[in-house]
Design a protein around this ligand. Structure first.
Ligand SMILES: [Zn+2]
Length: 181
């Protein structure tokens, strides 16, 4: 089976756009995997153009946006926060984006901590003022969210609803759903 890891890594920001572009050029099997039309779009895209990264994400999400990938992606980000890895700041900011995109079970993490990391990433606060990603509370909330995903309390559906919000099934016990901040 064709290894699609580069596409997944690109989607989580761990593969630079230039390397993704090279992978597209040297992997003609993608045409069979994703269809002629999409592969042609990826081949003909101007990767140096502003907004190219966004276009690639949109194209990719139409083919690699299933629940397994969503789960893999969220776990990767949450683990980066729990493990306090070098990408924790980006991961926390992304969790705020994900909350806004419809993953409302990330509310405690996103609203109490993620939004501050997000502001740092946007440049409206200096990046070295982002302490949110190192706070014990953020680590706790990320760990909690990971547990929900691992234990099936939150089940990702992997499709957007009619308002383009991602969907999930919430099987958490009622006390777990309460806002804590
Ligand atoms: Zn940070």
């Amino acid at each position: 089976m064709l290894d699609l890891l580069p596409a997944h890594l690109y989607l989580v920001g761990e593969l630079p756009l230039g390397e993704f572009e090279q992978w597209v050029y040297v992997t003609p099997e993608l045409e069979g995997e994703w269809g002629e039309l999409l592969y042609f779009e990826l081949l003909s895209l101007d990767y140096r153009q502003k907004g190219a990264g966004h276009d690639v994400c949109k194209l990719l999400k139409s083919v690699v946006g299933g629940p397994d990938i969503e789960l893999w992606r969220l776990r990767r980000y949450l683990s980066a926060i729990v493990e306090q890895g070098p990408r924790r700041c980006t991961a926390l900011a992304t969790m705020y984006d994900e909350y806004c995109g419809g993953y409302y079970f990330l509310d405690n993490l996103a609203l109490a901590y993620g939004v501050r990391a997000w502001e740092c990433q946007q440049g409206s606060l200096p990046e070295d003022t982002c302490h949110a990603c190192a706070e014990v509370g953020a680590v706790d909330e990320a760990r909690r969210a990971l547990e929900w995903l691992n234990e099936g309390d939150i089940v990702l559906v992997g499709q957007a609803d009619e308002l383009d919000r991602v969907r999930f099934e919430d099987r958490r016990p009622a006390p777990e759903k309460l806002p804590r901040t």
